[in-house]
Design a protein around this ligand. Structure first.
Ligand code: PNS
Length: 165
């Protein structure tokens, strides 16, 4: 059957991109024709990496995944979704504490764009305790971030940390 390409958006701060994020991308690719990873600038969070560096690292981590694109984005996800004709918005759910804020965001997005489905993917148990803020904290005190992020990100973060200390 010929049909419209099913594009999923995967928005997030990705500061930095973790193994949990990578797994969500891999699984979203099984459900959709293409996945656009949207690196959004969130003013409430103190950024470790610039959006450009985050995008470049994600591109390195997704080399060979033809159906993946990476876009730096500022604004409302629903506006971008309309422009791109996206089918769904993908979010990973780690623990119960994610649920409230994620449902609230999904509700707001549905009110603004009724055709855009939010699809929640439960993270793998081994990724359920990983967060970008945890990685930033470990890095700040010179800890080893390799168990939590793709190798390319670990190398970049470690070099960066060594330069700044
Ligand atoms: O994974 P994060 O860092 O918690 O991601 C939050 C993010 C970037 C998905 C969220 O802040 C977002 O969607 N920002 C863009 C503005 C928007 O569309 N907000 C949702 C409706 S209120």
């Amino acid at each position: 059957m010929m049909g419209r390409e099913r594009l999923a958006l995967y928005p997030g701060s990705f500061d930095p991109f973790t193994l949990g994020h990578l797994n969500i991308v891999e699984r979203a690719l099984r459900l959709f024709d293409a996945v656009d990873i949207m690196v959004t600038v969130n003013s409430e969070k103190s950024a470790l990496l610039s959006p450009e560096v985050r995008c470049n690292l994600i591109r390195q981590c997704t080399v060979g995944m033809e159906a993946v694109s990476v876009t730096a984005f500022q604004g409302l996800v629903v506006d971008y979704a309309r422009r791109r004709g996206a089918t769904a918005l993908v979010r990973g759910l780690r623990q119960v504490k994610d649920f409230d804020t994620e449902m609230q965001m999904a509700f707001a997005n549905r009110r603004m764009h009724g055709e855009l489905e939010t699809v929640f993917l439960g993270t793998l148990p081994e990724h359920s305790m990983i967060s970008s803020s945890l990685v930033r904290e470990i890095l700040r005190w010179g800890g080893d971030v390799k168990p939590f992020v793709p190798l390319q990100v670990a190398v970049a973060l470690t070099c960066r940390h060594e330069k700044t200390t």
